[in-house]
Design a protein around this ligand. Sequence first.
Ligand SMILES: Nc1ncnc2c1ncn2[C@@H]1O[C@H](COP(=O)(O)OP(=O)(O)OP(=O)(O)O)[C@@H](O)[C@H]1O
Ligand SMILES: [Mg+2]
Length: 499
Amino acid sequence: MSASGPAPGQTEAQWRQEIQQRVVRDERPQTDDVLKTKGNDFEDYFLKRELLMGIFEAGFERPSPIQEEAIPIALTGRDILARAKNGTGKTAAYVIPSLERLSTKKTHIQAVLLVPTRELALQTSQVCKTLGKHTGVEVMVTTGGTTLRDDILRLSQTVHVLVGTPGRILDLAGKNIADLSQCTTFVMDEADKLLSPEFTPVIEQLLSFLPKERQVMLFSATFPLIVKDFKDRHMVKPYEINLMDELTLRGVTQYYAFVEERQKVHCLNTLFSRLQINQSIIFCNSTNRVELLAKKITELGYSCFYSHAKMLQAHRNRVFHDFRNGACRNLVCSDLLTRGIDIQAVNVVINFDFPKNAETYLHRIGRSGRFGHLGLAINLITYEDRFNLYRIEQELGTEIQPIPSTIDKRLYVAPSLITEDEVNKQNNSGKASANGGSNNGNGNGAQQQQQRQHQSGAPVIPPTQAKFTQTTIPQSQDFTQSIAGRNRGPRQPQQARQA
Ligand SMILES: Nc1ncnc2c1ncn2[C@@H]1O[C@H](COP(=O)(O)OP(=O)(O)OP(=O)(O)O)[C@@H](O)[C@H]1O
Ligand SMILES: [Mg+2]
């Protein structure tokens, strides 16, 4: 098969079969968050064959629920306002119709895909390139923190899809460097974030550079009321999709550990030694605390990267790129990486600092359990956080349990990565092994894991690089007790309320 299309004479069945044989299937279990579909196939949407090839090569077999809802409508050119859970495939839900509707024979910008952060822009442009690989589409990513000169040079050549953050795209449009006058597709991913006061004036100005006849699509897992105002002013009879009857992901098990501030690092150390972390993201509430914690983790002998908005862009990009590629097991970060970031290997999220609102909580824990897979979210809760914990539980209609002394690996580790011994032990005791974490693994275990990864298609990093020195932590009851006197009160029914 050639890079730009199927080999001459190949039938539909042949080229699809050929792609499927090449793509390693991800055999990890998935939840109804992505499995509960109407049974559509990508072929049902009459997409260009080159686009279908990119979709299948990306390992997508069938559309997810949000893709089933959004793609056929988006293909008609109608405005869309879509809400669906984290990690359920919203990106492809707008990228696929955007790519289908543009013509690569034309040389002007035909789609602008806006996202709130630079890392997300890089990731989203990569999705466009992967899915559009055989279509000949030219995708450009532009964000702050890079020189305008490179963008000017790039825009002197053909660009069909412009992916970026609002400030830079407005800059390019305002200076007549990017011509958006024929751009008929305008997407806002993480739309509620893009419509927060810091971005709204920029978005409003940006829209004035686009033609009146344009398709506007808004996607997010969270839609507070501020979106309504934008909808009324800038969208025409949008087709509204809400796939969030319940708010949290089915595959993500959530626990809290009640700690004092000064016990947090010790607690984290305990978690590292007990959990089978494939990759983890650890959130702090300030850039300062990100750096302090990263230093502490390194002193404890664990490998970790860190990232926050005050770092040089080149360093941020490097960290993001290397972490994605499995160069390090743990990433400490601020809310910079809370939204949209998709790293399939992350199976554990730790809120070292508990977030202040439900949206942030939802997006943070949604960094694990991508595309219906299993994940674990652990929240370190101090006395001051207790009301926030209760409020967020209420708002999300979810229950965050106190952390048990042992956590069943089957809740967050791919079955192919749990040894038979462990399964037997868990079956016998009903609990997971307390000290079998991969972080303590030896080289032999790493090899076995890599072999298993190969079989399952799930991304895995070998266990040996995590711990440089061995520290033994006694089991501490402090972290596992429930919050004394915590009045849960009657739980609100789960509802599709504004998260
Ligand atoms: N139809 C599909 N089949 C298999 N995998 C898919 C499919 N659609 C998307 N994915 C994969 O699912 C993962 C999550 O997708 P994506 O990042 O688009 O989720 P999202 O809904 O935008 O999440 P978030 O709300 O966190 O931004 C990605 O790794 C993507 O490649
Ligand atoms: Mg997304």
